[in-house]
Design a protein around this ligand. Structure first.
Ligand code: ADP
Length: 163
């Protein structure tokens, strides 16, 4: 098969320790992991794509086989374009299961050669979502256990009330 390349697509708005946990686990398993920001996944993002890419780059700089990218359109088309044979998705508690299964089955229909691989994060990140982190941070809550210090700082800057 040559190089085993995996694509980990998500919105990463904002990047959490759950995402990073999946990235590290995937990097240990594949020759190369392309972590890609899906441009069209969320309608009203908190962070711009450029901001998300910059945070991802900085926070994965110590993992040599991880590359950061962004894409528009179908994930499966992007996977083909970059030569990825695998798509990584993280599975949290039951909430992800139904949607992720549908997505994986649809992607199999679209291209039967690209395998979806589900990875499970450490239990302490299994309840974490970007949406919850943004909600808590916007209400002034402490999210330092859930996101890297850089993301916490950016969240605070973004959500600073206008004076
Ligand atoms: P969210 O669903 O938190 O808004 P994204 O859309 O950026 O995040 O993430 C999509 C992908 O990342 C999915 O595969 C999702 O299961 C995975 N993911 C997100 N948060 C976590 C987490 N805490 N642990 C494991 N996987 C996660």
């Amino acid at each position: 098969m040559g190089q085993r390349i995996a694509l980990y697509p998500a919105s990463f708005d904002a990047l959490t320790n759950g995402h990073l946990d999946i990235i590290r686990r995937a990097a240990a398993l594949f020759d190369k992991v392309i972590v890609a920001v899906a441009r069209n996944m969320e309608k009203q993002p908190l962070f711009s794509v450029a901001e998300r890419l910059q945070m991802l780059r900085e926070l994965t700089a110590d993992i040599p086989n991880v590359e950061i990218a962004d894409y528009d359109g179908l994930t499966i088309e992007f996977a083909k374009k970059i030569g990825a044979q695998f798509i990584i998705r993280g599975l949290r508690f039951v909430s992800d299961f139904e949607y992720e299964l549908q997505l994986a089955l649809m992607n199999l229909e679209l291209d039967g050669n690209i395998e979806t691989i589900f990875m499970v994060p450490s239990v302490k990140y299994s309840f974490l979502s970007s949406r919850i982190v943004k909600e808590v941070a916007s209400l002034g809550g402490d999210v330092s256990e859930f996101v890297p210090p850089l993301v916490e700082k950016r969240l605070r800057e973004k959500l600073k009330p206008n004076k």
